[in-house]
Design a protein around this ligand. Sequence first.
Ligand code: E4P
Length: 217
Amino acid sequence: MKFFLDTANLGEIREAAKLGLIDGVTTNPSLVAKETNIIWQEHVAAICDAVRGPVSVEVTSLDTEGMLREARESVKISPYVVVKCPLTMDGLRATRTLADEGTKVNVTLCFSAAQAILAAKAGAAYISPFVGRLDDVGQDGMQLISEIVEIYRNYEWKTEVLVASVRHTMHVIEAARLGADVATMPSKVLMQLVQHPLTDRGLEQFLADWRKRENQK
Ligand code: E4P
């Protein structure tokens, strides 16, 4: 399973890239809005340079023509740019055109298996089901991942299942168990994956015993 970092923060992306644990980045307009004093095109180029893997850049137009205009500008920034289009009829139309032009599209804001089927039919490179936001409204986000993975496998569709809106480590573990292709997560969740109290306690004990041995010399 690939790991993407869900942020537009260059510092976090550089840190995670240094760990050698991330394969790409996803951004969205809300994440970009948190970054102040940046020139977005230059910022995207710096993200692509840091991660050297797929970097999702979302369009903000609502109509197909506007989406295509934005997408064609974004892909000029770097070959790593993946265009993110919303799961609307206009977004699907834009996805089909961009896919036919050889541009990778991440179809975002997916909340049902029916929507995921349409994204695959439109030629999306990635589908982004938002598990955390479904959990927030009392639905089972991971159940949707299970359905999409099953459906895509039935037809060997090439669209990759990119688990989005990840809130905690269990989402990542479940996504891996279900065979999702990618999980995109905030830096906080990536860092939490390494933590286990028994690892800390075990390390403390090993070092204490080692010091005792040193003192016996
Ligand atoms: C995915 O690409 C989105 O950027 C993201 O995962 C949304 O997560 P949120 O529901 O925590 O905002």
